[in-house]
Design a protein around this ligand. Structure first.
Ligand code: FAD
Length: 416
């Protein structure tokens, strides 16, 4: 299913012909009766899982089933921060793989995902936090992940708008990852969808999965609002809705679902060209290419599926950021939204086989799974194709039974 390549020449050619020659970026087919693999969830992780099934393993008789529109879940709702400065070795491996894939994603997908490795700072504002981050820097250096601890003076140089003498917590330094940054979240979903469609896969939107069918402990298909579809293998990649899908399949997951929210300001001239996370006061901020200040808050303190934010969080987050960046007190906030994140007890994901044969889950990315999309898709595809993936090995759902936690509560960087 050849697709015309996007290029500067294509833009010039179309400019000369009233832009009538652009093809649809992906097809919108009706579901077939049966597929080798069905992936539920057309967020970044589901689409990336499908993409690497095709690209790395030659499996293309695949459908990606989405109840809404692709990228309309957390993938299109996040603050787009990308970094790989986690503490534990299995995390470093998968997040660093993801970061490497982000670096070449636009070329690989022939789709501009606007990856911007502008540098990322996690501020140390208490002695305890400083010790924690220094420990992470040492661990990262042993893992081959390049991060450093920088002084308050260097922080000020990188972020002139910051107030390092904060009224409550002074900035004592920062964990700095120069390779970290942002990418355009929708473009990541759209780029993968286009590449999947070009490989002959079916991306089926507005199709909710309502049941999972199995026989003799093995999956045979799903029920959807567009009818029953059979499959040999099923990947469940639905973030905050993972427990609901697991319930349909007859097992339970160690997942809690919570709303996490973000907001953006009115657009202003460029004033900050790095990403800053201030975890003690709790808020994180970067500036989008449009000029909006993109601001991330915390999770609700109770489980819910509301997909919107709550007012007290807006107030707490903005208060935290006003003391860190006093100039934002003059900004108007434009809009605010929430997504349903899927939290595990150790704040690390599940990429795992399940009690039902040939059902695999990829979830539990919680507040921080945008950055891991390509690495997670790579590992999930390998697990589904071969039954084993070195990158996914430690992220089995059974680790909770065995007490083999991968504790990333601090590196997750968001209070929950
Ligand atoms: C406000 C906010 C800020 C964030 N900031 C960051 C950040 O800065 N950096 C970072 O790395 N991560 C961040 N995250 C986390 C990140 O967005 C998620 O971890 C990631 O996007 C999850 O991707 P996904 O593909 O697993 O899920 P999703 O994108 O949510 O996709 C799952 C899809 O499954 C579909 N689905 C659900 N149920 C069904 C069903 N029954 N049938 C069919 N389809 C179904 C949904 O409609 C959805 O489209 C943030 C999240 C939020 C909410």
């Amino acid at each position: 299913m050849a697709m015309k390549r996007y290029s500067a020449f294509a833009v010039a050619r179309e400019a000369m012909s009233y832009h009538l020659g652009w093809e649809r970026a992906w097809r919108s087919p009706q579901p077939k009766k049966k597929y080798d693999v069905i992936i539920i969830g057309a967020g970044g992780h589901g689409l990336a899982s499908a993409y690497y099934l095709g690209k790395n393993h030659g499996i293309t008789n695949v459908a990606i089933i989405e109840k809404g529109w692709l990228g309309g879940g957390n993938t299109g709702r996040n603050t787009t921060i990308i970094r790989s400065n986690y503490l534990q070795d299995p995390s470093a491996a998968i997040y660093n793989k993801a970061l490497s894939l982000y670096e070449t994603m636009s070329q690989d997908l022939n789709y501009n995902v606007m990856f911007s490795p502008r540098g990322l700072l996690m501020l140390g504002q208490t002695e305890h936090e400083v010790r924690g981050y220094k420990r992470t820097v040492h661990a990262n250096n042993l893992q081959g992940v390049s991060t450093e601890w920088i002084s308050p003076e260097r922080v000020k140089k990188l972020v002139p708008i910051i107030n390092i003498d904060g009224p409550r917590y002074p900035v004592l330094g920062a964990l700095y990852q120069a390779r970290g940054g942002t990418a355009r979240h929708d473009a990541v979903a759209w780029g993968y969808a286009r590449a999947c469609s070009a490989m002959g896969m079916d991306v089926i939107q507005q199709c909710e999965v309502t049941g999972v069918r199995s026989e003799a402990g093995k999956v045979v298909g799903i029920d959807t609002t567009k009818g029953a579809i059979d499959c040999d293998k099923l990947g469940v990649v639905v973030a905050g809705h993972s427990s609901l899908l697991a319930e349909m399949a007859g097992f339970r997951l160690p997942i809690e679902s919570l709303a996490l929210q973000a907001l953006v300001s009115e657009p202003i001239k460029p004033c900050m060209d790095v990403v800053v996370m201030a975890n003690t006061v709790h808020g994180y901020m970067s500036q989008s290419d449009k000029g909006e200040m993109v601001i991330g808050g915390g999770t609700d303190g109770f489980n819910n599926y509301t997909q919107r934010g709550s007012f007290h969080h807006i107030e707490e987050t903005v208060r935290a950021l006003v003391e860190t960046f006093p100039m934002i007190s003059r900004l108007k906030m434009l809009r605010q939204w929430g997504g349903i994140v899927d939290m595990t007890g150790d704040r690390s994901p599940l990429i795992s086989k399940t009690p039902v044969e040939n059902i695999f889950v990829n979830c539990g990315w919680g507040t921080g799974g945008f950055k891991s999309i390509p690495g997670s898709g790579w590992a999930m595809a390998e697990l589904m194709a071969k039954g084993h993936s070195p990158l996914a090995e430690e992220f089995s759902m059974y680790r909770f039974r065995e007490g083999k936690f991968i504790d990333e509560s601090v590196a997750a960087g968001v209070a929950h």
